[in-house]
Design a protein around this ligand. Structure first.
Ligand SMILES: Cc1cc2nc3c(=O)[nH]c(=O)nc-3n(C[C@H](O)[C@H](O)[C@H](O)COP(=O)(O)O)c2cc1C
Length: 189
């Protein structure tokens, strides 16, 4: 596909639009997602593929806003989306240094699906990474067993009007296609 216009001409762009419009949201209104909306978001994550279908994740749905705010405070500034989120989903993974790369990959797949699902439901979501120094606070708040850790918490809510405003000009939030997509081989020069 030579360029975005051709994809659009074939209607393909419209099909993949839910993916393209998925963004990182960090500011939410006080109106929380419904239980059903959160279930739908977590189901999208639960059905993600994982290495050897091990499904290493356990998802902790957090609707206790006080707990969300305590996590936000512990992990700033990576956790700033949790300062206003009205729900969150923590991805609890096994502590297993020998599987670290594959677990991180699975973590990312599940997180991205939650962002997409939230967007498709008219919600907004954002990734908050928990730095190693903040992990004990999170482990304590979420009552994690010793053999589980949380690197990713997905903040969820209803984006504020300000958050919904475009962060960049149309088509400029990502590198141009020619800079990142190559045909058959790495380009010469
Ligand atoms: C692996 C990964 C980790 C991220 N960690 C954080 C984070 O800890 N806190 C945060 O606010 N955003 C985090 N982000 C979100 C990125 O900043 C965001 O995807 C990027 O700025 C593009 O934003 P956009 O999709 O809204 O254009 C993370 C994204 C990825 C892929």
């Amino acid at each position: 596909m030579p360029d975005d216009r051709q994809a659009s001409a074939h209607g393909l762009a419209a099909v993949i639009r839910p993916l393209l419009r998925t963004r990182q949201f960090r500011e939410f209104t006080a109106v929380p997602p419904t239980v059903e909306e959160l279930e739908a978001v977590v189901d999208a994550a639960r059905w993600s593929g994982s290495s050897q279908n091990t499904q290493p994740w356990r998802f902790i749905v957090i609707r206790d806003v006080a707990a969300i705010r305590r996590i936000a405070a512990a992990g700033m500034t990576l956790t700033r989306s949790l300062q206003t989120a009205t729900a969150a989903v923590a991805i609890a993974l096994p502590v297993s240094p020998e599987r670290a790369v594959s677990l991180a990959y699975d973590d990312g797949r599940a997180a991205e699906r939650m962002l997409i699902a939230a967007s498709m439901l008219g919600l907004g979501a954002g990734i908050a990474w928990i730095k190693p120094d903040a992990r004990p606070v999170v482990a304590d708040l979420l009552a994690l067993p010793a053999d589980r850790m949380v690197r990713t918490i997905v903040a969820i809510g209803r984006p504020t009007d300000a958050a919904l405003a475009p962060k960049a000009g149309p088509g400029t939030a990502r590198l141009p296609r020619a800079e990142v997509v190559f045909e058959d081989r790495w380009p010469a020069g």
